[in-house]
Design a protein around this ligand. Structure first.
Ligand code: BGC
Length: 749
């Protein structure tokens, strides 16, 4: 019956299964399903927070008996006591829970952890830069490394499932989670997320793509608030990373907590079932985000109570409910089934997907495993990868010649991020909000410590002048403001490295009302600049805080974003000129708070002054564009060619461009290839990134860089929801070079 069902689905959608069917595995799923009563099926569909099975001393036998014995719960999430634990203890807890699940239910539970930029919740684990930095490297090898290391260390702690990668397009810089993703472009997002997903799953851990979808476009800029989006944009841009990761074999997906076009995604059958499960012929598992079924009635007001909300979500396509606190959810779910609000066929489908995930992870055969042999855990190989990712992700945005800083210079390091580990990593670092216990990070260097190691302790002093409040939700509060102390210290140095930005935050607590950098920090920059000392402005922030009025006061600007534990060592190396910058912005850095643009805007958004008496003043005035990043060397582009001057659907367009290091030191250049659809039947984007790669070049060296773009990638989604590749000219560009090619055939896919 299962085979017949999946055959029908493929036939109906005409799409080959995203994950090839394994008949033997399906037979085991069916057999297990047949042996389950309704209570067990319902319990398997519920995920609870770890608090419900532990007490202050660890696992709680009575609670485990209740959760697994009475309620048959299928999954547990989160970290014990809300903060990172040792890997040994994490493994001990998870294996204890697994033993209880096997004893009481005979079905393994699946444990899930938010391992976001590495082993978030393991005290000694390896942390990479956050995803926004990985995107800035424009090199998918770093996403692959992140995925492998993250999953290896997750498995080393007995955990088979991680809520990663994050693949919300961060297209609104106000949003508090933009840094969790790979930036504003759907191609960068897709390629990085596919690389990370593959790597995670190659280590035997299930990835969970999140948050499906359009979570990164809240109309108000605030987390978990409604998105209002054109359906063609959703299909063309927001859906793409999910589609590509699912086609790469992703085993699970977590859903966007907010609503899109008036419908909470958790209740959208169109998005969950029609687009994702059936549209991609995907047999994986959909889990809600935190308490989001409850939110359908408490926050969204589309259901009167939990029973109704459960019916809406499960009928829409949800398989597992991250409740996360109340076992009585099982009672409501059972009532919804008994009252026929949810058909039994949907329950069976959901449970089948949950069992399939557990079988695919091998949990039925090996519910636990030995964690003694993970000898690469947090070792030098992983550290080197995290350091290299940080080095290639920090973006040089301005340099009037002050950088590199001469060895022997006397340096003042100032600002609230000068001597802080917490600011370097951001949220999802040892704790949810990234409020670190110094014990976790004592072994790493803050920016001032790294500069002291690099330039000499006698040459580097640190006076912060502003401190961030260290309490959990007060990240915006600035304390101990003492600007005169910094001005006085600046008098005796040759250069000031001023480290401004944001304290760590995460999710809704990270909401804020003004994208401007704080007044105190701007005042600090003004005061330091008034001393006449050269200022290297280091931006250490999760989102681009607006600095349009004060940026001219800095002699150099480096955006390190959230490079994490090795980010300062990398910065010291770069500022000293012992390594070269190669990061580029994966988002548009705004100059004004009322002008938040993405690089793929419409031509009409940049019309400058109209002829005649009207000035429409629609001018694209950004601080730094997407893809911008300087280096200590220069690169020249020449001989840009496209393999075809005319093309049609199904063709492959092969591009070549010669990139030359025209400066005197070695460097890496991210080469970006854009297309512009000159005339289209729907307003075209001014440009779209179609391919990217990165090359290493010695001084004077040239390399021919090759990139390919399938012609069908140039199609757009029309108002009819379908893909169109229209006849007409396309302009392609890379660096300052450009060429044209003509599409000669119209196709509707
Ligand atoms: C977040 C998710 C996370 C989940 C579980 C939610 O609040 O939105 O990204 O995976 O919690 O911790």
């Amino acid at each position: 019956m299962a085979c017949l069902l999946s055959a029908l689905v493929s036939c109906k959608t005409g799409v080959k299964p995203a994950i090839p069917e394994d008949k033997a595995l399906e037979a085991r799923v069916e057999k297990t399903l047949k042996g389950m009563d309704l209570d067990t099926k319902i319990g398997q569909m519920v995920q609870l927070n770890i608090d419900l099975v532990v007490n202050n001393d660890g696992l709680d036998e009575a609670k485990m008996e209740r959760v697994f014995g009475r309620w048959k719960i299928g999954s547990i999430l989160n970290v014990y006591k809300g903060e990172a634990q040792s890997r040994e203890y994490t493994a001990e807890l998870i294996s204890g829970l697994q033993d209880a699940s096997m004893k009481y239910i005979g079905i393994p539970m699946i444990y899930g952890l938010d391992m976001i930029h590495g082993a978030t919740y393991l005290a000694e684990g390896t942390l990479f830069p956050q995803e926004i930095n990985i995107a800035a490297t424009f090199d998918t090898r770093h996403a692959t490394n992140l995925g492998h290391v993250l999953a290896y260390e997750t498995r080393a702690a007995m955990c088979p499932w991680t809520f990663s990668p994050v693949m919300d397009l961060g297209r609104d810089p106000r949003w508090s989670r933009a840094w969790e993703s790979f930036g504003e472009d759907c191609l960068v997002q897709s390629e990085m997320a596919v690389a990370e997903t593959r790597a995670i799953q190659e280590e035997g851990v299930a990835a969970c793509l999140k948050h499906y979808m359009a979570y990164g476009a809240p109309f108000s800029g605030k987390d978990r608030t409604p998105a209002i989006l054109a359906v063609h944009d959703m299909r063309e841009k927001y859906f793409r990373p999910f589609k590509e990761c699912i086609e790469a074999g992703a085993l699970s997906v977590m859903v966007n907590s907010a609503s899109v076009n008036g419908m909470p995604v958790h209740a959208s059958k169109m998005l969950l079932t029609d687009w994702l499960k059936e549209g991609l012929n995907w047999d994986g598992m959909l889990v809600t985000d935190w308490a989001d079924v409850n939110n359908l009635f408490t926050r969204e007001h589309i259901a009167a109570d939990r029973k109704e909300a459960l019916a809406q979500a499960i009928n829409a396509g949800i398989d597992m409910v991250m409740e996360p606190y109340d076992t009585l959810c099982c009672v409501d779910l059972k009532a919804a089934v008994q009252e026929k609000l949810i058909p039994m066929s949907r329950i069976d489908d959901a449970v089948r997907r949950i069992l399939r995930l557990k079988y695919r992870l091998g949990l039925f055969d090996n519910p636990t495993w030995s964690t003694t042999a993970f000898d690469k855990f947090a070792g030098p190989e992983f550290e080197a990868m995290a350091y290299q990712a940080a080095l290639e992700s920090e973006v040089l945005l301005k340099n009037d010649g002050i950088l590199p800083i001469n060895k022997g210079s006397r340096i003042l390091v100032a600002g609230p991020c000068a001597n802080s580990m917490r600011t370097l990593s951001g949220g999802w670092t040892y704790t949810w909000q990234g409020t670190d216990d110094p014990a976790y990070v004592d072994r790493f260097n803050t920016i001032s410590e790294a500069l002291a190691l690099k330039f000499g302790r006698d040459k580097v002093k640190c006076v912060s002048g502003i401190e961030f409040d260290q309490s959990r939700y007060e990240w915006q509060k600035e304390l101990d403001i003492n600007i005169p102390s910094v001005v006085a210290a600046a008098r005796g140095v040759d250069v000031v490295v001023l480290c401004l930005g944001e304290n760590s935050y995460c999710e809704t607590p990270g909401n804020m009302d003004d994208l401007n950098l704080s007044t105190n920090q701007k005042d600090l920059l003004k005061a330091v600049a008034s001393t006449g000392k050269p200022v290297v402005l280091v931006l250490n922030e999760g989102r681009p805080r607006v600095i349009g009025d004060v940026e001219p006061l800095a002699n150099a600007v480096v955006d390190v974003m959230l490079p994490s534990n090795y980010g300062s060592d990398a910065l010291a190396e770069l500022l000293a000129g012992d390594a070269n910058f190669s990061g580029k912005l994966p988002f548009t850095y705004p100059k004004h708070v009322n002008a938040l643009h993405t690089y793929d805007y419409k031509v009409s958004e940049n019309v400058e002054t109209m002829e005649g008496e009207y000035n429409y003043d629609a001018v694209m005035d950004v601080q730094w564009p997407f893809g911008f990043g300087l280096s200590y060397t220069t690169f020249g582009y020449s001989d840009f060619k496209c393999s075809k001057s005319e093309f049609k659907s199904g063709d492959m367009l092969d591009f070549e461009v010669t990139v030359t290091n025209t400066g005197s030191i070695a460097g890496k250049e991210a080469v970006l290839l854009y297309s512009s659809d000159i005339v289209a039947s729907m307003v075209p984007d001014v440009r779209r990134l179609r391919a990217f790669t990165k090359v290493d070049l010695l001084p004077g060296e040239s390399k021919t860089v090759r990139m390919s773009v399938p012609a069908d990638e140039l199609a757009f989604v029309g108002q009819d929801g379908k893909w169109h590749l229209e006849k007409g000219a396309f302009r392609f560009s890379s660096g300052p070079c450009s060429c044209y090619a003509d599409c000669v055939e119209t196709t509707v896919k």
